[in-house]
Design a protein around this ligand. Structure first.
Ligand code: NAD
Length: 502
């Protein structure tokens, strides 16, 4: 499926010119081939397919046929065996996948390797759940035997963003396949390649034709068609809130089921009694890791006033230590933004911070030093004197911008932390165990980290309050969003009275 072809200028382009549908590699019917841009160089690195609506139709038909075939009736432990085989192949492919993911979205190869190793465990976790979708017996009386059983929901559309393509795909397809659903993956237009590589591994693992399909494409065409499709039972989506609202409108006609993971504006609260050095380590990392391109990161750093200036100075000094550069160089700390529009968005928020009266204490510029000038690199950036009404404190930026907000006491910290439409993650640092419980229990977020940050495992449920989403991924209940419960009532006598006896 992948070939290397020469391109103008003597470079070579990887060629990924086919879609994976029904267990076969197929040329798009009504899609197109486009050049995919490497964000570290600003130059094309691959030819990739963008499927159209007819390609989505083909993929959904294949997924439906596979769902109606043996897959949904396959015993859970057999699906688990196939998923474990896939997890092993995935583990072996990590060196290659890490490089491809980096070419797609600019993340550090070093960080991708770590994330991919965790994802192999994630697939194992989902495999371990495949034979545990158990129902219940419901005690009533001797006249009936009542019980519930759990059925796969059907064909699932997985719509995936560009910031962590393989991780977001893993959380969706691992649970969906373990539950007995079939899947059509629609990766983001900026990062289609690694989903196609997953298809290669699924094929090799022996996942039956049509169970797993990949159609890269644009959101407004292929994505919207998948959401509207009457034969797709559920959409699992990670991305922008406004996209989720459009999906609700598009899916309304057939009452589609949705799981949404929709971004955040996490408060990272540092109390004056905290272990300051570790708090600063975590707060700087969570502001700049992944070039700020994760919904879970702590972009609002709330600092208790007695230590505020100290923390501002520490951020300013730490920003100078961040090595920004090529993602394949393991000594670098930060790569480029994933695409040009995202770079422009981040720079526009630097301007917004200035206009709203925040003090720029570090960074704020595109990096144009030799060798990086054509990539989408930006400096780690720090704003002080931020208040929670400013745009940099309210809106999801997805760039390496830390906004440092002072506060006085627990009540004000909580008021600021919760004054946001989002509610995905939050962090707090304190040595006072009572405060840790008081504050964490009042934070409106689906995940709260105390004296740590960004700790996420396959076993920890993940998802948002408020505008950060619907439903949870991971954890012991990870299959729930992909299952329907059926209640069956069986009479033990078979007697039914004639209501109309004269
Ligand atoms: P997006 O929501 O537009 O795109 C995410 C995915 O949805 C892509 O696969 C895209 O093709 C698809 N899509 C877009 N419109 C669609 C539609 N109408 N129907 C079906 N699918 C559709 O997000 P984006 O434009 O890539 O990023 C914009 C902003 O969203 C970012 O700057 C960031 O703030 C936020 N974001 C959040 C996350 C997250 O993890 N929560 C991930 C990516 C982006």
């Amino acid at each position: 499926m992948s070939k290397v072809i020469p391109a103008a200028g003597g470079t070579t382009l990887q060629r990924y010119d086919q879609l994976y549908i029904g267990g076969e590699w197929l040329t798009p019917i009504d899609g197109e081939l486009i050049e995919s841009i490497d964000p570290a160089t600003g130059r094309p690195w691959a030819i990739v397919p963008m499927g159209g609506t007819q390609d989505i139709d083909r993929a959904v038909a294949a997924a439906r046929q596979a769902f109606n075939g043996p897959w949904r009736r396959m015993p859970g432990h057999e699906r688990a065996t196939l998923l474990r085989r896939f997890a092993d192949l995935f583990l072996a492919a990590i060196p290659e996948l890490a490089v491809l993911e980096s070419r797609d979205n600019g993340g550090l190869v070093r960080e991708h390797r770590v994330s991919l190793a965790a994802q192999a465990q994630w697939y194992q976790w989902f495999a371990s759940l495949a034979d545990k979708a158990q129902g219940r017996t419901i005690p009533i009386d001797d006249s009936v035997h009542a019980f519930t059983s759990r059925m796969p929901v059907g064909v699932v559309g997985a719509v995936v963003p560009w910031n962590a393509p393989l991780l977001a795909t893993c959380l969706k397809i691992g649970a969906a396949l373990a539950a007995g659903c079939t899947v059509v993956v629609k990766p983001a237009e900026q990062t289609p390649v690694t989903a196609l590589e997953l298809a290669r591994l699924m094929h090799k693992a022996g996942i039956p034709p049509g169970v797993f399909n990949v159609v890269p494409g644009y959101g407004r065409t292929a994505g919207a068609h998948l959401v509207k499709h009457p034969d797709v039972n559920k959409i699992s989506f990670t991305g922008e809130g406004s996209t989720a609202k459009q999906m609700l409108r598009d899916g309304a006609d057939n009452l589609k089921r949705f799981t949404f993971e929709l971004g955040g504006k996490a408060p990272h609260i540092i109390f004056a009694d905290a272990d300051i050095d570790n708090a600063i380590n975590a707060a700087t990392a969570s502001a700049w890791r992944l070039c700020g391109q994760s919904c879970a990161l702590g972009s609002r750093v709330l600092v208790e006033r007695p230590i505020y200036e100290h923390v501002v100075d520490a951020f300013r000094a730490r920003a100078k230590c961040v090595r920004v550069g090529m993602p394949f160089d393991d000594t670098n700390h930060m790569g480029p933004q994933a695409h040009e529009a995202q770079l422009m968005k981040t720079l526009s928020y630097v301007e917004a911070g200035r206009q709203d009266g925040a003090e720029l204490v570090a960074g704020g510029h595109r990096i144009v030093t030799r060798g990086l000038e054509e990539g989408y690199f930006v400096e780690p950036t720090v704003f002080a004197g931020v208040n929670n009404t400013m745009r940099i404190a309210r809106e999801e930026i997805f760039g390496p911008i830390a906004s440092l907000i002072p506060f006085d006491g627990e009540d004000e910290a909580l008021a600021i932390a919760n004054d946001t439409p989002y509610g995905l993650t939050a962090g707090l640092w304190t040595r006072d165990v009572g405060r840790a419980h008081r504050v964490s229990s009042r934070i409106e977020a689906g995940m709260v980290w105390v004296n740590t940050y960004s700790f996420l495992r396959w076993s920890t449920p993940y998802g948002g309050f408020k505008a950060s989403g619907w439903g949870r991924e991971n954890g012991i209940d990870a299959l729930d969003p992909y299952l329907e419960d059926r209640t069956t009532v069986i009479s033990t006598t078979g007697q039914f009275p004639n209501l109309y006896a004269t």
